[in-house]
Design a protein around this ligand. Structure first.
Ligand code: AMP
Ligand code: MG
Length: 494
């Protein structure tokens, strides 16, 4: 860590500058033998960086944490969080570091951060490290979500450290470079509300308003509007998750961003057969974070944000509670409105129908899927095929189910023809391919156990273009055998 690396990124670090006391400066732990496993060249270019320089030895040293690139000011951010409903007053970046911020070529400010770069003052008993498998898992799923058009943090690079990480066995270690609109979480507000009082909460709120909700700067009630703004983005986000069968898996308040991006890909997974009770996380014994609970949990998390903001919303506590409660009670309707829009697109429906009828039509289709244990993604895609004039995939899925025939008659009566604009919207709402669990595991096993990255690269390439059907990739659209799904478990990314 002697000479500074050449200027790989044009850093401009507002968090460090504006929010002293909100973090601890901290250096990454050098890796003993860094090697580049994956670089997201298009994202690098979007960040205004040169992919060739990032892939060169000095770039890899920087992405491993062995050299601090010029302009970076690495910090561990402080945050708290409710985990599975219980409050942990001090979490913070225990195995992550924010390197700094850049303005991308679209003019958006982005955080560039490491995951797995060693211990920090927030590490508690953890080693601060990340194993290669979970780093690659976050890379695949976050990039798949991005390709689906869902707000998410991105993955810029994975570097193997050359060091082993102790888990239930020794595993190769890695550093993931993550890019986010910011890493401010609900838990960041909880930390300052719990430990430091109103002025610090206000500083944080003013910072995130300027960064993520600039339209609120001139508002007469900016903090109530901030709560409403975060709620609105979360309502949209959860509806989008539901539309592609995504299960976040660990929606603790420290894993919910203020920006509205999906963050922290640990035990997340895509549902196959439709069942709202689906949960894969090994530690989620009661299904708190099951597919169908995600809207309720988002509301619960927003209530924790509301509590942190109360002192800013109104000096009179009763009035503050009443105002915040109005925002929170409106949340289920906001999710329902976004969900209806998602479902109309998935069913190829125009806007002319009664909302309650269209909602019922969608729910009845889902009930049919659940009763027959049909694959969520493929069933909706078969509907798209039927709308384009090929009813065979749909028939193959449902056979001669009388219940389905009755539903199809209603569906066709509701939308007798599908003009091109509806078909295009329908295709864009119904991915042809998702990151199926057995495919993800296959790619990770090859990478970690045999250092064979070909299945990982192939899967990434397939997921880059999720909406267009491609005969060569058809194997990636097949669900896992039911017995594999039945015992599939995901783990927090430690
Ligand atoms: P996560 O499960 O990634 O949301 O992490 C929850 C909290 O545990 C955060 O404060 C992390 O920084 C911390 N944490 C998770 N894994 C480790 C680790 N291996 N070493 C240190 N801290 C960790
Ligand atoms: Mg987390």
């Amino acid at each position: 860590m002697n000479a500074p690396a050449p200027r790989l990124f044009a850093f401009d670090n507002t968090y460090v500058r504006d929010l002293e006391n909100f973090y601890v400066r901290c250096k990454p732990t050098p890796a003993s033998k860094p090697s580049l496993i994956r670089l997201n060249t298009s994202l690098a270019s979007e960040l205004g960086s040169d992919p060739a320089r990032l892939a060169a030895p000095e770039g890899v040293e920087a992405l491993a944490g062995n050299r601090i690139p010029e302009g970076a000011e690495p910090i561990a951010q402080a945050y708290a969080g409710h985990q599975f409903g219980g409050f942990s007053p001090q979490l913070g970046d225990g195995r992550a570091l924010l390197l700094g911020e850049v303005i991308d070529i679209h003019g958006r400010r982005c955080d560039i951060a490491f995951k797995g770069s060693g211990r920090t003052p927030f590490s508690r008993n953890g080693d601060g490290k990340c194993a290669l498998g979970p780093a690659l898992r976050e890379y695949i799923i976050s990039e798949a979500m991005h390709a689906l058009g869902i707000p998410t943090t991105r993955s810029l690079a994975v570097v193997a450290t050359g060091d082993m990480v102790r888990r239930d066995r020794a595993l190769p270690g890695a550093v993931l470079t993550r890019v986010a609109a910011s890493h401010v979480r609900v838990g960041t507000f909880e930390y300052f509300a719990a430990h430091q009082g109103p002025e610090q909460v206000k500083r944080l709120a003013d910072y995130v308003i300027a960064r993520h909700y600039p339209e609120l700067v001139a508002s007469g009630q900016p903090y109530l509007d901030l709560l409403a703004g975060v709620a609105e983005r979360q309502a949209l986000l959860v509806a989008r998750w539901l539309g592609v069968g995504f299960i976040h898996g660990v929606m603790n308040t420290d894993n919910m961003t203020i920006s509205g991006e999906t963050i922290d890909y640990g035990p997340c997974a895509f549902m196959e057969a439709y069942d709202p009770a689906t949960v894969f996380s090994s530690i989620d014994h009661h299904g708190r974070y099951a597919y169908g609970n995600q809207a309720d949990i988002a509301q619960w998390n927003l209530a924790r944000l509301a509590e942190s903001l109360l002192v800013l919303i109104d000096a009179d506590t009763d009035r503050a509670v009443a105002r915040a409660t109005d925002v929170l009670t409106a949340f289920p309707d906001r999710v329902a409105a976004h969900w209806l829009a998602v479902m109309r697109a998935k069913l190829g429906l125009d806007e002319s129908g009664e909302a309650s009828d269209d909602r019922q039509l969608a729910e009845d289709f889902l009930s049919l899927l659940q009763a027959a244990r049909l694959d969520f993604t493929n069933a909706f895609r078969a509907l798209h095929e039927a709308a384009t004039g090929n009813p065979l995939p749909l028939q193959a899925l449902f056979g001669d189910s009388a219940g389905f025939d009755a539903w199809r008659t209603r569906w066709q009566a509701r939308q007798p023809d599908h003009p091109d604009t509806l078909l295009t919207a329908m295709q864009r709402a119904n991915p042809w391919v998702i990151a199926r669990n057995h495919r993800v595991e296959e790619a990770l096993a090859a990478a970690v156990e045999r250092f064979d990255l070909a299945p990982f690269e192939r899967l990434l390439a397939v997921l880059q273009n999720p909406y267009a059907a491609r005969p060569d990739d058809i194997a990636y659209t097949e669900p896992a055998p039911a017995e594999v799904t039945a015992c599939y478990q995901t783990f927090c990314g430690t």
